[in-house]
Design a protein around this ligand. Structure first.
Ligand code: SDX
Length: 396
């Protein structure tokens, strides 16, 4: 019995840590940040309020929100030298390859916030990372399409600024669409934290060595890139494109057959989860956001959205998926929303990393802030060779 929740001893023996930040009930399909249901946060708060909540444990009042937002706004620019770091990449580099480099490189510029054991350094590096991730993701995108970087604009909202840096150009004014701004802000909230997932566990283990916060977050970016984790939104959209190319809705049956064939190694991307054995609450909210954005943009007949809903419907009636408790996860619809916003497929995971940065920081700071914490050192079950003597090479 810990606080409101009781766990079976088996669960506690496999738990990698104790945390007060995010609670998931995989069987019920529930997700709460600091006790607030994700559904309420996604509809009543914006991303910066959610960041404040994850970092401080409480939602901000108006004054606290104003102070936190202006602090983040003041740190959105990056050191001009970062442009030269980008120039070393090929133009066709995957944005996540660039992001893995850029985030780690921040530790070469912000020496007054690299000591992870210093609470002030932790505080300022948190603000810098939350503030600069949108700028870095937009720079990575602009670099790969050969367009000039757009500097952040302090009068814009967090999501609005990101849209401006992504799609604005120096030769004309960029008008932020409130529809896209709201959709993007909600996508950020839905991806902000998720308990001890692979990338968060990576950040905790990396940070436990006392390395600087930027390097620890860069390790999270690298882990998130994998298609079984944050890379699934890119893979899910590419999967929908492939089915579309094969003939669309009529070809869903054939695709599902391939997924069921053990030798095909084909997965239904955006489906299944290590923890959720019920509908991922974020997937429901993401589908609603999809509906709203596509309707407001006059794209409600978007064939890909129709295909995704049909694929979900068929899968949820199919014994293979039902018996394995496979439901849509956060990545199933997020690609369709991001595509409608105009974000290129290979940048979807960059958006995920941008949003998850606050969760990684909150989890890292929770660990480092515990005076009892020690460097992580997972053990193994050794199943290799028994002790033996080396033979001279002539006898091997
Ligand atoms: C994220 O951990 C987090 O919290 C992550 C995340 C976060 O916010 O940080 O939620 C973000 O990573 C979401 C997950 C995104 N990944 C994908 O959508 C990729 C597709 N999904 C799978 O690769 C898979 O579902 C995993 C990796 C997510 C989970 O894999 P597991 O642990 O093998 O799932 P399982 O134990 O529930 O699998 C049970 C069975 C197995 O088949 P059998 O051996 O029993 O015959 O279901 C099969 C699996 O092979 N299966 C799938 C499947 N996912 C599991 N079969 C087809 N399609 C799938 N997507």
């Amino acid at each position: 019995q810990t606080g409101m929740f009781t766990y079976d001893p088996g669960f506690m023996s496999t738990a990698s840590c104790q945390s007060t930040i995010t609670y998931i009930d995989g069987d019920k399909g529930e997700l709460l940040y600091r006790g607030y249901p994700i559904e309420q946060l996604a509809t009543n708060c914006d991303f910066l309020e959610t960041c404040y909540l994850l970092l401080n444990g409480e939602l901000p009042n108006a004054t606290e929100k104003e102070k936190f937002s202006s602090l983040v706004t003041k740190h959105t620019m990056v050191n001009e030298q970062m442009q030269f770091f980008l120039r070393g990449f090929r133009r066709d580099a995957h944005p996540m390859a660039i992001m893995t480099g850029l985030v780690g490189a921040l530790s070469a510029f912000y020496h007054d916030s690299t000591d992870i054991n210093n609470p002030e350094h932790r505080e300022i590096s948190a603000i810098r990372l939350i503030a600069k991730m949108p700028t870095l993701v937009a720079m990575a995108y602009k670099y790969t399409i050969g367009q000039p970087y757009m500097y952040p604009k302090n009068e814009l909202s967090y999501a609005g600024n990101f849209l401006h840096m992504m799609f604005g150009v120096p030769c004309e004014d960029y008008k932020v669409s409130p529809v896209l701004e709201r959709a993007l802000d909600r996508i950020f909230i839905l991806h902000a934290d998720h308990e001890q997932n692979a990338s968060t566990s990576t950040v905790r283990l990396c940070g436990s060595s006392g390395t600087n916060p930027f390097a620890a977050i860069a390790a999270g970016v690298a882990c998130l890139w994998g298609p079984a984790h944050g890379g699934a939104n890119e893979a899910a959209l590419n999967m929908l494109y492939d089915i579309q190319k094969e003939g669309g809705v009529e070809k869903i049956g054939e695709f599902i057959k391939k997924v069921k064939d053990k030798n095909s190694n084909v997965k239904l991307m955006g489906f299944g989860h290590r923890v959720y054995k019920n509908y991922d609450p974020r997937a429901k909210l993401m589908q609603e956001t999809c509906n709203e954005v596509l309707t407001e943009l006059g794209l409600e007949k978007d064939p890909l959205f129709k295909l995704a809903k049909e694929l979900e419907k068929i899968a949820l009636e199919d014994e293979y998926f039902v018996s394995r408790k496979l439901y849509p996860n956060v990545d199933f619809y997020s690609g369709i929303v991001q595509r409608a916003i105009g974000i290129p497929v290979n940048l979807f995971t960059g958006i995920f990393a941008l949003a998850r940065t606050v969760g990684w920081i909150a989890q890292l700071n929770e660990m480092i802030g515990d005076p009892e914490y020690k460097i992580g050192r997972p053990r193994q079950l050794f199943t290799g060779s028994a002790p033996r003597d080396v033979k001279p090479i002539a006898q091997r």
